[in-house]
Design a protein around this ligand. Structure first.
Ligand code: URP
Ligand code: ZN
Ligand code: ZN
Length: 458
């Protein structure tokens, strides 16, 4: 007799996809039985539904001091939204300022996450300061705290960016420590010049955000990072890749032996740059970096996912209210805080726009939104797998649910939805975190701050 049995669902297990039962004891998957027949104290009927490993979001911002303000979510609101959307583990970006010590930043973010996270969590640590003290602390955080990935920004001049001397040395350090370097690939100097030129020409609205950082700038950033990776041997992970030529640069480097993984994020797969051109400043809701591109780029991203060129899908959840935050940039688009939240919508967006349209298989959705993330960031098979011994994080998913994305259903504190009114296919009907039911048909039913820190020491 198991504590809980998930009964009769189509199970996406590590051993294949089949109909059957999953038995849970405590926080762990104890048995998976094709054909069924398991008995439990609690039973969740999954007939006609899919059973997936809990989804993992590899790119989340919650505590984010950025562009003169702070992202609006706290760890409670963001992770309740995540769980309702089927995400049971997040990797948050720790983004300290240029003067901040990495160790203090790590402690600050971890304390906030422990006090609020309702799902499990881990971190990528952004390296902005890189003096001797910072280097020493980075080594200690890797050795003692299970930090396994750093983050750098080739963007945001004067705030988060890094010069080439430090970048090269950091990549040597990553190689030495076996740490993956995740990277926002653009070019801070080129963007700064382009922004100044556009503003001087009176081009001040959100529609000018994309032209200030075109695809070539992103491709250049990817190429630059890949060249340094080739020279240093560092393992790299390119976040929020928005266009085909950026993927191409990464794949060319892979062909030269560079260990490079490519991430896409939900907004780039669904929204296009015409959203940022909406009148009356509404376009500001759709300002993120790299920017939303031409619709044609969606196909390049979906093709990349289908072929394996692109391995993961995150959200880049970075919520800034339309009123009181985005409007700081009215009249000067460079002051609009960058970000389009989607932590709750990610899986349903990918199901609706990727699986239901035949662009990717259901199994690919599971891989890119869960399994590949766990494998890339040292959490597998504890996370990202339906296998005996894995954490009992799972989603009973109704692929036939049909509805509409709307802000009203959102648990994030954000005051708008970037997907308002769009058709939605699919819903995470039951979400379990380490064996406990935490979300049911769009409602959070879990315990606040029950999430655990996932140390990723090998
Ligand atoms: O627009 C974005 N992506 N905002 C969050 C910060 C970042 O670059 O990831
Ligand atoms: Zn970024
Ligand atoms: Zn980001």
């Amino acid at each position: 007799m198991f504590d809980t049995v998930i009964k009769g669902g189509m199970i996406y297990s590590t051993a294949g996809v089949f109909e059957g039962d999953i038995g849970i004891t405590g926080e762990t998957i104890a048995e998976i039985k094709e054909g069924g027949g398991l008995e439990g104290e609690h039973v969740i009927d999954a007939t006609g539904k899919c059973v997936f490993p809990g989804f993992i979001d590899p790119h989340v911002h919650i505590h984010l001091p950025f562009m003169g303000t702070n992202a609006i979510d706290d760890h409670g609101s963001a992770t309740k939204a995540a769980l309702v959307g089927g995400t049971t583990t997040i990797i948050e970006m720790i983004c300290p300022g240029p003067e901040d010590e990495p160790a203090k930043a790590f402690a600050e973010w971890k304390e906030l996450a422990e006090a609020g996270c309702c799902c499990d969590f881990s971190f990528h640590l952004a390296v902005v300061r890189f003096d001797d003290l910072a280097k020493e602390q980075l080594r200690e955080l890797v050795a003692n705290e299970g930090v396994q990935s750093f983050k750098i920004f080739l963007a945001y001049k004067g705030a988060l960016d890094m010069n080439d001397e430090n970048l090269f040395k950091l990549m040597q350090l990553c190689q030495e420590l076996g740490v993956t370097l995740t990277a926002h690939c653009e070019n801070a100097e080129a963007i700064d010049s382009m922004q100044k030129k556009l503003l001087a020409e009176g081009k001040t609205g959100p529609e000018w955000h994309e032209p200030s950082r075109p695809r070539s700038v992103e491709a250049d950033g990817v190429n630059h990072l890949c060249s340094f990776a080739e020279l240093t041997g560092a393992t790299i992970y390119i976040v929020h890749t928005s266009c085909g030529i950026a993927i191409d640069r990464a794949i060319e480097a892979r062909g030269r032996g560079v260990d490079v993984t490519v991430e896409a994020v939900a907004p780039h797969l669904v929204l296009d740059k015409t959203y940022a051109e909406r009148p009356d400043f509404e376009g500001a809701k759709y300002v993120m970096s790299p920017p939303l591109r031409d619709k044609e780029e969606h196909d390049a991203l979906w093709r990349g996912l289908a072929s394996g060129a692109v391995s993961t899908i995150g959200t880049d959840h970075a919520p800034f209210n339309f009123k009181g935050q985005k409007d700081m940039g009215k009249g000067v688009f460079t002051l609009i805080p960058n970000g389009i939240p989607s932590i709750q919508e990610r899986v349903d967006l990918i199901h609706t726009h990727g699986v239901c349209t035949g662009k990717i298989e259901m199994k690919t959705m599971v891989d890119v939104c869960s399994t590949n993330v766990a494998k890339t960031f040292n959490m597998y098979p504890q996370k990202g797998a339906l296998a005996v011994g894995s954490d009992a994080d799972m989603v009973v998913y109704d692929p036939n649910f049909s509805g509409t994305f709307t802000h009203e259903d959102g648990l994030s504190k954000i005051d708008y939805s970037g997907f308002e009114g769009m058709a939605r296919r699919g819903r995470s009907d039951f979400v379990l975190l380490r064996g406990k039911l935490v979300a049911k048909q769009g409602k959070f039913v879990g315990e606040t701050a029950a999430g655990l820190y996932i140390s990723r020491i090998n």
